[in-house]
Write a protein of this length. Sequence first.
Length: 282
Amino acid sequence: MRRSRRLWYRLAALGGSFLVVAAVAMLAPTTGRGQIITNVGGQVPLVFDQVVSQPMGLPQLPPQGAWGEIINVTSRWIVIQNHNGQQFPIALEDIGEFLVRWATTLDELTNASMVEAVGQDLGNNVVQTEHIDVFEGSDRTLVAPTYNSLLPNNAMVTTLDPGFYRYMSPWDYGGQNMLYGWAYPVAPTGGYGLPTRLHVVGSAINRVPIQLAIPGNNIATVVPFAGNMSITQVTRGNINHVRKGDYAFMMPQQIGERGLILSQFILYKKIPFAQFNPAAIR
């Protein structure tokens, strides 16, 4: 999703626990001249490496993002609780990109809908995926018509494609097979070939099967993975969309003095956007 890349494939389970900055700072004291206070025997406390070795001296943050439940919300603040029961405030102005995913169905698709999909390339512009995002109205500007091949680590396929050389050259098969892992690291596939993936964004021109108009006056077909495919409508978010009990996915940048600072905040709603009443009591 978005011009930079879609959202859903970056979703991952919580990669670590947050630490409270005030408590951590007390565990790695220094003298007035900046000398580290060590334990008996001159050993640096373990917490020192956990804090000072991180960028800006921050505790370790989940590198792939984190899930949480909304436990309170005001006009300027969101309080979220992670899977360990830790609670963190988030100021509205400390959220970089604020998006909402709403439940929707294929029946809601129209020719004006923009659809985004990322999945396995089955050939002939057919992409197999577990999920698609739908953009309606002014939210269509969040994406642009796209057709890109991706490596397994979601990086763009390079101009110098080792897979092409491996296919064309009759020599040095072993070296070519290792090239992706050396110059272009990707996740192991368990086989000799590298699975090709597609990232497509286009207007919906058919529902069954899902077909999208993509750049080059072409058509991409989207098919479900293992017969299942989830669908969400993505909109820009605001504080009026947030309710206690909602779940959210966050991409933390750092922990500030007053709470979390996020590059991205994605709110998940169980109802369609058209059914949401922003005037309802929180």
